[in-house]
Design a protein around this ligand. Structure first.
Ligand SMILES: Nc1ncnc2[nH]cnc12
Ligand SMILES: [Zn+2]
Length: 355
């Protein structure tokens, strides 16, 4: 928890989260519990898996996105049954709700489960059960975004996209859109046109990770080649002033993940995440947790660390939260409810906070 007098204000802000991977909510505690329940052998050759403590210690010293991804994908092996996916998502929704999240648009990586023999129905039923429970018990609404893995051959993504059960989930509006994630370097967005073209035609919402470890050029490619509406991360936008102006003029929203950028070595500290630059340039962005179980912070911790590093004003936070609400892919009625809460919150806290 941050110490500043801003903490209660940040806690109470009505939040929308747009960039978190449900599999990134798999805490060491849940990993060990599911490994034991499902008889999954953890690798004895890696001392990181000795205990919760050693695993957490290893998670605190990732050297890059790819270093993180090997632990992230390995951990998928404990997710086997519908109830495992439900427990994982429910764990996240409880954390998110405590942090003031009213609406979450969450990613998942079906390809990395299908290749292990877990069916799409198993994943979707588990996540859907948790989403329904979160709405009923926590008042937290959510949407699912189906991500494709850029480290695999693009044709495998096309195959997954075209699976009848995947297409049926789009028809049933159980999944709102598509995303692109995993190892970024040398895997430009342009390779995935064959998914994004048809996805746009059938009315799905579009986003892609770009400019996390990869260059600003990948952000341009995501906009030009994939016609995305949002850019996940996008922090390398600061390297291309012309593209920055274009993103501002188009009103494309970035889903920024400050703690993730530091843990995965894209930024030296949260001070180096270009929050002030984006605010001053009129770039719309939301603040998100990415993989909270691996990076040591859910959404509120990201808000707190941004405040500690950038000393934002109440107006800055109002702008960030308003853009996050307006940039969400939920019905207008839901946005109005959240905007009203935001206005009340700013009125209540506006004159009471100081750094
Ligand atoms: N930060 C990240 N970047 C790319 N792919 C991911 N999958 C899970 N977390 C990711
Ligand atoms: Zn991500």
């Amino acid at each position: 928890m941050c110490q500043s007098s801003f903490h209660p204000f940040l806690q109470a802000l009505p939040k929308c989260e747009h960039h978190m991977h449900l599999e990134g909510a798999l805490t060491p505690a849940l990993l060990f519990q599911l490994a034991s329940r499902n008889n999954v052998q953890l690798p004895s050759t890696d001392p990181a898996y000795t205990s919760h403590e050693t695993l957490l210690a290893r998670y605190s010293r990732f050297s890059s996105l790819d270093d993180f991804l090997q632990y992230y994908y390995f951990a998928f092996s404990v997710l086997i049954h519908e109830i495992d996916f439900e427990s994982l998502a429910w764990d996240y929704f409880q954390h998110a709700s405590k942090d003031g999240v009213l609406h979450a648009e969450v990613f998942f990586d079906p390809q990395a489960h299908l290749t292990r023999g877990v069916t799409f129905a198993t994943i979707l039923r588990g996540f859907t059960a948790a989403r329904k429970r979160a709405e009923a018990e926590l008042g937290l609404t959510s949407e699912l975004i189906c991500c494709f893995l850029r480290h695999l051959p693009p044709l495998e993504s096309v195959h997954t996209f075209n699976l009848p059960e995947v297409q049926a989930s789009f028809d049933a509006q159980e999944i709102i859109g598509v995303g692109l994630d995993s190892s970024e370097k040398d895997h430009p967005p342009s390779l995935f046109k064959e998914i994004y073209g048809p996805a746009k035609t059938r009315g799905l919402r579009l986003t892609a990770h770009a400019g996390e470890e990869g260059p600003a050029q990948y952000i341009k490619s995501a906009l030009d080649d994939l016609a995305v509406e949002r850019i996940d991360h996008g922090v390398r936008l600061v390297d291309d002033p012309q593209l920055l102006r274009r993103v501002q003029q188009q009103g494309t929203m970035l889903t920024v993940c400050p703690i993730s950028n530091v843990v995965l070595r894209g930024a030296e500290s949260v001070k180096d995440v270009p929050i002030r630059k984006f605010l001053d340039s009129g770039i719309k962005f939301s603040i998100n947790s990415d993989d909270p179980a691996y990076f040591g912070g859910y959404i509120l911790e990201n808000y707190c660390q941004v405040q500690a590093a950038h000393h934002l004003s109440v107006q800055d936070w109002e702008t960030i939260c308003r853009n996050a609400i307006e940039g969400s892919w939920c019905p207008d009625g839901r946005k109005q409810v959240m905007l009203k809460k935001l206005a009340e919150n700013i009125k209540d806290w506006g004159s009471r906070v100081h750094d």
